[in-house]
Design a protein around this ligand. Structure first.
Ligand code: ATP
Ligand code: MG
Length: 304
């Protein structure tokens, strides 16, 4: 990556910092990182192969669209998406055009900030075991896909690669990062969810839940929304006209991947230590179409 040095790779994204000597000692945009979304797809904490063509572009373009919709609620980390073929001027290298953003470098909070308006996934598992999620008590009689009486903040601790994130209570987060920051993250998360849920609903899409990551800008001290936002990887989007509590909902994400992996067709035992098998071409194609459809439904335009 000309002008950038690789510092980190998660399951989906790669992070680079400026190659300062090559730039003459300072990046023209300040203390920044380059966040590149790959086409890698993960499920059940495994990165699968092959990737989903154009997925990284969808994630980045959808995040950029949402950051704009949310700009009056919370500042975000995006500094520039300007592409250059010059290589070495500190802009987005043309080889990752569309899938990369130059962002302010944040000190990330070690918290996955999750808001849920509907009950499913790990929330449903916890609810069935004890009637609450992350310490938030819920009424009796809820089923998979039920709408909650009001959206709730259900944080999780960030896990190392290969480990599961763990749901924790608000109090546990407050203990870890302090009550003031914990309260700010909770309020921001619920405000973002409320806005995004409304925007999605107008487009016939239910935002069941979403995961946000915040950080502090070390130069201004400001709390900033980072990472990706409101993508099918970080959120559950359901077609509203097919919502039917009491079953798993169809969703605009890698549901085809999960369904195939857990079906007899894949021959994979999720409980085993063996890596999952390669995805068949039709699962890849249908998943790609689903990501593109999510982008188009939410933003109102096809991916440019
Ligand atoms: P997982 O595979 O479970 O998502 P991950 O979150 O570590 O693990 P990615 O999401 O692929 O992996 O990588 C993105 C990483 O970049 C995350 O660790 C995220 O916290 C970090 N990050 C996002 N925005 C910024 C930023 N502005 N400054 C510094 N780090 C950031
Ligand atoms: Mg992540």
């Amino acid at each position: 990556m000309p002008g950038w040095r690789h510092v980190y790779s998660g399951k989906v994204r790669d992070l680079y910092e400026p190659d300062l000597p090559a730039l003459g000692g300072v990046h023209p945009l300040g203390d920044v990182v380059l966040v590149v979304a790959s086409d890698r797809v993960s499920a059940y904490d495994h990165v699968l192969s092959p990737g989903i063509p154009d997925k990284g572009v969808v994630l980045t373009q959808l995040s950029l669209w949402w950051f704009e919709q949310l700009a009056d609620i919370v500042p975000n980390h995006v500094v520039s998406t300007e592409v250059s073929a010059e290589h070495g001027d500190g802009l987005v290298p043309d080889v990752v055009a569309g899938r990369a953003m130059i962002c302010r470098r944040l000190d990330m909070f070690p918290v996955e900030c999750v808001a849920r308006g509907y009950l499913t996934g790990s929330g449903l598992v916890e609810y069935r075991a004890g009637g609450e999620v992350c310490g938030v008590p819920l009424p009796d009689g809820l089923v998979d896909g039920s709408r909650l009486p009001e959206p709730i903040f259900t944080p999780a601790t960030k896990a190392a690669v290969g480990e599961h994130d763990e749901n924790v209570s608000f109090e546990a987060v407050a203990e870890q990062i302090g009550t003031e920051d914990a309260t700010r993250l909770r309020d921001l998360t619920l405000a973002v969810y409320a806005r995004a849920e409304q925007v999605a609903r107008e487009r016939g899409v239910i935002l069941a839940d979403t995961k946000l990551e915040f950080g502090v800008d070390p130069t201004t001290g400001e709390t900033v929304l980072g990472d990706e936002v409101l993508t099918p990887d970080s959120s559950r989007f359901w077609p509203a006209d097919q919502w039917e509590p009491g079953r798993a909902q169809p969703s605009f994400d890698k549901q085809y991947v999960r369904d195939w992996l857990t079906s007899p067709a894949s021959g994979w035992d999720r409980a085993s230590d063996t890596p999952p098998p390669s995805l068949p071409a039709d699962v890849v194609a249908r998943t790609r179409a689903r990501y593109l459809e999510a982008y188009e439904r939410l933003t109102g335009s096809p991916l440019g």
